[in-house]
Design a protein around this ligand. Structure first.
Ligand code: ATP
Length: 140
């Protein structure tokens, strides 16, 4: 059976995840508070909905419980990110990946049961540094 994903927050990071998963033929539900963002993803994701994911009732209404893996890509609003993750956990989502802003945010996310916590800028910085080092070794 095809796996189902949901991406909450369609900024640069969440938007990119949504694009790639859709390109690979995955079933993706794109979610954001912002109507313009949602409209942008209407033709990219399988489904796109306007929703505030800090509201448990809304999460239930959009059928989040049927999703295998949810990616929380809410940026600046740490409170919304934590609340959303907590609610997803309580609703029994099997796999939750969350973008963290800093170490304190990560600590709380791990405590409430996020399965995977990522720091996109930090992780990408590390990868690029290593690729610069290996390219330099090849150059010499
Ligand atoms: P990036 O660096 O990935 O662009 P960002 O730091 O700019 O991220 P934000 O713009 O703060 O991220 O948030 C990403 C998206 O999350 C925004 O489009 C915003 O509308 C959405 N968002 C914020 N709070 C909620 C919420 N409670 N429910 C749904 N979406 C939300």
């Amino acid at each position: 059976m095809k796996r189902e994903f949901a991406v909450i927050g369609l900024g640069r990071f969440g938007g990119s995840i949504c694009h790639e998963l859709s390109k690979e033929g995955m079933d993706v539900l794109a979610i954001d508070l912002d109507e313009d963002k949602v409209n942008e993803f209407k033709n990219i994701a399988s489904h796109a909905v306007i929703a505030d994911t800090t509201d448990e009732k809304v999460l239930k209404e959009i059928g989040i419980r049927n999703i295998d893996h949810v990616i929380v890509a809410i940026g600046d609003n740490i409170q919304a990110s934590i609340l959303t993750t907590l609610m997803l956990k309580e609703l029994g989502i099997k796999k939750i990946t969350v973008k963290a802003q800093n170490d304190y945010h990560e600590k709380v996310l791990r405590k409430i049961g996020a399965d995977q916590v990522v720091h996109p800028e930090r992780d990408m910085g590390k990868r690029i540094a290593h690729s610069i080092i290996s390219n330099n070794i090849l150059d010499h």
